[in-house]
Design a protein around this ligand. Structure first.
Ligand code: HEM
Length: 427
């Protein structure tokens, strides 16, 4: 909740203070993940007004702000993200841009894919891919984990979705899926390249939908590929092939993007070796708390944009329909009012955690069915848990000296070295 602005005259006019700069775009690009929290701390508030790319915006963090953006039914995603970012991530025609009944039906399609047996199948496929990769790694001197995880997850995502993937297709798919996430926060040549690769992926995904519909391939009826190809929207019609292709990519691309969480999992095991020892010794009970703490602390999706769908008031601020807000996901996960010693890595905090849809929000907040919370959260957690088992019980390795710093001005970021391991051998 925004605490009152220190200047009582301003507080009377608007409870949300305004930055005294004409535009904050350059500061955001320069500072990255810390931009919103730093200003909130300085102003003693959880929300402030400024301009980004010339447009007025309210930047906010914390559980109250997450509740407003995810659970009030008053904020949507239409024109809430820069177009170049949107195109690389969810894209036009995706579930993220739907609201109300149409959103519920499309979101149901994703949520129905996340049954416990389906998650178990994904975990088993990943375990198999880890075993195969570990065999190859033994012959190499060094392995850079981030790209290695990217390839493993591309194979896993396609196998899980029943998407055929010939060996010669692996490298281009890895490149395309990776570029979409890597370039989501950039402008200029890196983004243009990713847009070109995205177009190729979309053509590939549309062709897959066509092949299912023409029965040229017959994935099992419950497989993600078949479910998307045969999905009927709220109007009872099959998804058109463009939108079905977009949604297939919305399943595959973010599953591959778990490479970042897996890399930060490996980093956390390296930086907190007593946890690695505990897991190697058979501790199962703390794997979930450990994974939750990695999700809480990893700088991944920095913030999410939303627009008021109707005029509304919040803590004394009047939003007109169309007004823009950005919710700081990273800053909420590290909010000092929500988390004790937020900068310390402490999986213990999640041992008795009852779950709170508005405080731990690396993949969005609120409720799954009616809001925009990520439907891939359980899959993400299941695959991260399997990675903990593999890294601590499946293999032994050394971590050579390298630059493991994480530049917070880059979004999304990763350890600079990509996390190199050496001398891999079976555990
Ligand atoms: C790699 C880790 C992931 C991160 C950091 C992440 C992050 C997010 C975030 C922040 C949102 C909320 C967007 C909003 O509020 O508008 C979201 C939504 C979404 N995510 Fe994920 N996600 C991840 C993995 C996945 C996976 C594995 C899937 C596929 C199953 C997935 C599919 C989606 C979809 C379809 C939405 C849109 C939901 C809606 O609008 O109702 N994500 N994700």
């Amino acid at each position: 909740m925004p605490r009152p602005h220190p200047d009582p005259r301003t507080a009377q006019k608007n409870a949300i203070p305004r930055l005294r700069v004409p535009d904050s775009t350059l500061s955001l690009l320069r500072e990255g993940y810390g931009f919103i929290s730093r200003r909130c701390d300085r102003l003693g508030t959880d929300a402030f007004r400024t301009r980004l790319m010339g447009s007025r915006v309210v930047a906010m963090r914390g559980a109250e702000a997450a509740r407003l953006v995810y659970d009030s039914g008053r904020f949507g995603r239409w024109k809430a993200m820069p177009v170049l970012t949107l195109r690389l991530l969810q894209d036009h025609g995706s579930v993220q841009l739907l609201e109300g009944g149409a959103h519920r039906v499309r979101k149901g399609m994703f949520l129905d894919l996340m049954t416990p047996p389906a998650l178990e199948r994904a975990r088993t496929i990943l375990a198999r891919e880890f075993r195969i990769a570990a065999g190859r790694w033994r012959e190499r001197g060094e392995v850079v984990l981030m790209p290695a995880f990217r390839e493993i997850l591309t194979r896993t995502a396609c196998a899980w979705a029943s998407v055929p993937l010939a060996e010669e297709e692996v490298a281009p798919r890895v490149r395309e899926f990776g570029a979409m996430t890597d370039a989501a926060g950039s402008v200029g040549p890196a983004n243009w390249r990713a847009q070109r690769l995205r177009n190729r992926s979309e053509a590939w995904a549309r062709a897959l939908i066509d092949r299912v519909r023409s029965r040229a391939i017959a994935p099992g009826p419950d497989s993600p590929l078949a479910v998307i190809a045969n999905h009927r929207d709220s109007n009872g019609a099959l998804l058109d092939r463009d939108h079905a292709g977009v949604e297939l990519l919305n399943l595959l691309r973010p599953t591959v993007a778990i490479d970042r969480f897996l890399t930060f999992t490996a980093l956390a095991l390296h930086q907190h070796p007593h946890w690695a020892e505990a897991f190697a010794g058979g501790n199962e009970g703390d794997i979930r708390p450990f994974v939750q703490e990695v999700r809480r602390t990893t700088p991944f999706f920095p913030a999410i944009g939303a627009r008021a769908m109707e005029a509304t008031e919040w803590h004394g601020h009047r939003f007109a329909a169309g007004d823009w807000v950005i919710l700081d996901l990273y800053g909420t996960n590290r909010h000092p009012g929500l988390w004790e010693s937020p900068e310390s890595f402490r999986p213990e905090r999640f041992r008795d955690w009852q779950g709170d849809p508005f405080t731990l929000i690396p993949q969005g907040g609120g409720h799954f069915e009616d809001g925009h919370r990520c439907p891939g959260e359980w899959l993400t957690i299941a695959l991260m848990e399997e990675a903990v088992r593999f890294l601590t019980r499946g293999i032994r390795y050394m971590v050579p000296p390298q630059d493991l710093s994480v530049p917070l001005s880059r979004m999304p970021t990763q350890p600079r070295s990509g996390m190199v391991i050496r001398a891999v051998r079976p555990a």
